[in-house]
Design a protein around this ligand. Structure first.
Ligand SMILES: [Zn+2]
Length: 135
């Protein structure tokens, strides 16, 4: 049995610095957002506004991210996690970010949930060890 699907259009925004397109399904007309270009050769942050006709106005903020290798230890164990990180300018507080701020599951590429006993989102399970810049 044949099935005909209507055309699907996905809204995208173009990085004003390098031209890389990013999906913006989460955006709404009239909304203003901040995004990081995920082209590793670019990594520039920009602000953009979605107009009612889905045209987009964007402007670089001047902030650039670089890829990093971050080492974390699961507290009170010898288990180390080495993950791909991103440095948001030189003054980013990686110790606070990885130990307190971000959800542990966000650090796992295919993570669905991270538990510690009955605690469903155990912030604080990682001890921050180091960040190295990747070239
Ligand atoms: Zn870019």
């Amino acid at each position: 049995m044949k099935f005909k699907q209507e055309a699907i259009y996905k809204p995208q925004v173009m990085c004003p610095s390098c031209g890389k397109m990013s999906n913006i399904d989460y955006c709404k007309p009239g909304g203003e957002y901040t995004w990081w270009c995920n082209n590793d050769d670019c990594g520039r942050q920009y602000n953009f506004k979605i107009n009612n006709d889905w045209s987009v106005e964007s402007e670089p903020t001047g902030t650039i991210i670089t890829r990093t290798k971050v080492t974390l230890r699961v507290k009170d164990t010898d288990i180390l996690f080495v993950i791909m990180g991103r440095a948001f300018n030189e003054d980013h507080n990686d110790k606070y970010y990885y130990e307190e701020h971000t959800c542990p599951v966000n650090l796992l590429n295919d993570g669905i949930e991270v538990y510690d006993g009955d605690i469903e989102d155990p912030h604080g399970i990682f001890e921050y060890i180091s960040t190295e810049k990747l070239e």
